[in-house]
Design a protein around this ligand. Structure first.
Ligand code: TXA
Ligand code: MG
Length: 348
């Protein structure tokens, strides 16, 4: 299949082009588009055949449900059974934005999009291109991240093209994504709200609205063979580049000493380092900058993981320090990218 690529300037949205892309979505086609978090691979959520094609294009396991996207918060009532008062308060604070809420679903919504669960994940993205596109489609838009299953999520159109060219109908290129990691996923179907995936809205921000919010244990621990996680996505390999990734975590000075030592012990492999500003690793084959803080890190992480592969790096050491705020989202993605291969550098 030929994939049509359309460039849209988010500052001056070409509404005619967007209308064309919206018609494709409404007609059951697959269209990738930018959001403020990562690029999504969209399909009409009410068209089960179209939703099935998302799973095929990504190679996604059919038991991993999709997020349904809306242009406006008022529209989520078309797919959820009820909106609890706490959810309304959250939507007021963080919608549109990088927050996904899981609520009980209405029976009419097809089982493919929710992977047979009785809940549905809903989100109102803030990116103006995304909102214009969803509004133009006139239907709820199911969209996972627009990467091949298991690969790092795409934060630029070039990443989507690398994974999806020839597999989907169109790609809307709206530039790079501001946040760079996926939305925070919050389960509101249980007795207490629980963060299933940390993201662009932080734990502290949610706690300010919902004091009883908790963080699901699987955010940082891998899922055991006998366990059923709250989010099916938690059990799958994620964000993995071809290169092996090892996270080195702790006080940044000690982290750097440890990575230098580790590089010296590596033989016959091309070594990369993902490093915060101010680091220097002359012995490494490629050093990519994670920026000055964890917000920058979140923004650059997925692009860097793809760049290491492009530059034929075999082994990546990733510096990590501090898991407050955006740090928790970064840590969650890094741990998964590393398959939980983590070295903690302890204080002496
Ligand atoms: O930022 C984002 O959320 C991006 C953009 C495109 O909006 N989307 C995204 O979708 O990251 P995806 O499919 O890559 O991740 C959705 C996660 C998966 O881990 C999935 O298992 C979980 O949300 N999920 C979806 N529906 C769920 C449900 N009803 N119950 C529990 N987990 C759910
Ligand atoms: Mg994904």
């Amino acid at each position: 299949m030929e994939t049509k690529i359309v460039k849209i300037d988010p500052q001056h949205i070409d509404m005619e082009q967007i209308a064309g892309m919206g018609r494709l979505l409404a007609a059951g086609k697959l269209v990738a588009f930018p959001t403020e978090t990562v690029y999504g691979l969209g399909a009409n959520a009410l068209d089960e055949g179209a939703v099935k094609r998302i799973f095929a294009a990504k190679g996604r396991p059919s038991d991993n449900p999709l997020i349904v996207h809306f242009a406006n918060a008022a529209d989520i009532k078309t797919v959820v059974r009820e909106i609890p008062e706490a959810a309304l308060r959250l939507l007021e604070q963080f919608s549109p934005g990088p927050l996904t809420i899981i609520l009980k679903k209405q029976p009419h919504l097809n089982d493919t999009v929710t992977a047979g669960l009785d809940s549905v994940a809903v989100r109102i993205p803030a990116n103006p291109v995304a909102r214009a596109l969803i509004a133009a489609a006139g239907v709820p838009v199911a969209a996972p991240s627009a990467n091949l299953s298991g690969k790092p999520s795409p934060t630029r159109a070039a990443h989507v093209i690398a994974d999806m060219d020839g597999r989907i109908d169109a790609i809307v290129d709206g530039g790079s994504c501001a946040v760079g990691v996926e939305s925070t996923v919050l389960d509101m179907t249980g007795a207490r709200p629980a963060i299933l995936r940390p993201g662009g809205v932080t734990y502290a921000q949610i706690k300010a609205v919902l004091p009883d919010v908790q963080i699901d244990a699987h955010v940082l621990q891998s899922v055991g063979a006998a366990e059923t996680p709250k989010s099916p996505g938690m059990k799958y390999k994620h964000y993995a580049p071809d290169a092996e990734v090892i996270v080195v975590e702790g006080d940044i000075k000690k982290v750097r000493g440890k990575i230098e030592e580790l590089i010296k012990g590596v033989q016959q492999k091309r070594v990369g380092v993902l490093a915060m500003d101010g680091a220097s690793y002359p012995a490494a084959d490629l050093v990519l900058s994670a920026g000055a803080d964890n917000r920058d890190y979140a923004n650059r992480l997925f692009d860097a993981l793809r760049e290491f592969d492009r530059r034929q790096i075999d082994l990546v050491f990733a510096e990590f320090s501090g898991d407050m705020d955006y740090g928790l989202a970064v840590k969650n993605r890094l741990y998964k990218a590393a398959g939980n291969h983590i070295i903690h550098v302890r204080e002496k």
